[in-house]
Design a protein around this ligand. Sequence first.
Ligand SMILES: O=C(O)CCC(=O)C(=O)O
Length: 276
Amino acid sequence: MSPQRIISPELRQWILDTTRAGHGPQDVLELMRAHGYDPRQSCAILAEVLKLPVAAVHANVPAPSGLRTKHPQGPLAKAGDREVRVTMGMDKPALRVLDGLLTGAECEELIELARPRLARALTVDAAGQQQVDHRRTSVGMFFKLAELPPVARLEQRIADLLDVPASHGEGLQILHYLPGQEYQPHYDWFDSAQPGYATITARGGQRIASVVMYLNTPEAGGGTAFPEVGVTVTALRGSAVYFAYEGGDSSSLHAGLPVQRGEKWIATKWLRERPY
Ligand SMILES: O=C(O)CCC(=O)C(=O)O
C-alpha cells in the first residue's frame, strides 16, 4: 500500500505541527510507536509527509518486536524464588530499580565463578563483528545459558519477574571494572540501518530489554547513567536496573560511569524478542 493512501489529513497535520515545534524525525517516530504505529510503516509515512528520502528517517528504527517484557510493579514483585523491592520506576525509558534480586552470597558466587575466565570486554561493530572498543574498558566473560545452577536460578528469576521465557535471554555476562574503567553512553538495541543488523539479529531477533545487576558496591562512582533523562542508578550489591526499549527507545541511552574508588562487578542479561 502506498503511504499516500494511508495518511489521514489529521496525521499529516500532526506530523507537520510536531516537527515545526522542534521535534526531529526520531522523536516523531518514537511518538508514533507509542501510539501503536508499526515503526517501519511510520518511516514511510514520515518520509512522505516531510518529503525526505526514507533512508533519512529510517536510521535507528529496529524491526518491530513481537514479545514484550512485563514491567515489574512495586512495592514488591515476585521473581521466582525471591521477592524484589521495586524502589524506583519511570516510563521513558521504561525503567525499574530492583532491590534484592540477588543475595550477597549469590553475588560472591558469580564473581568467583567468573574471575578465572575474564578477558577484555568487546562490543559488536556495525558489521556484526566483536571488537575491542575504547568506549568499553572493562574485562568480562559470558556464561552459557543455564551453564551452572546459580546461573540457571538467576535466569529463571528474571524470566518470572519479566514474564519472558529464559530461552529469550542471551548468556549472562559478568563484567569487572577497576578505577577509571567505564562503558561510555550506548544503546543495547541494534540499529536496523547498520550493515550487520541481519547477522546480529538472525538468532533471537532484536534485543528488547536489559537487566544490569550489581554484584558489589563500588566505594565511589560506577553508577549506571541514563543521560537523556538525567538519571543515575547507584550500584548497590544485590540490586539491579531493568530497562526496556522495544522499538528502539532513544531515551534508553546509558553508560557505566567510571569507577572512582574500589571496583565494580556486574552481571548483565539481555533479552531478545525470540528464543536465542
Ligand atoms: O556498567 C554499567 O553500569 C552498565 C553496563 C552496560 O551498559 C552494558 O553492559 O550494556
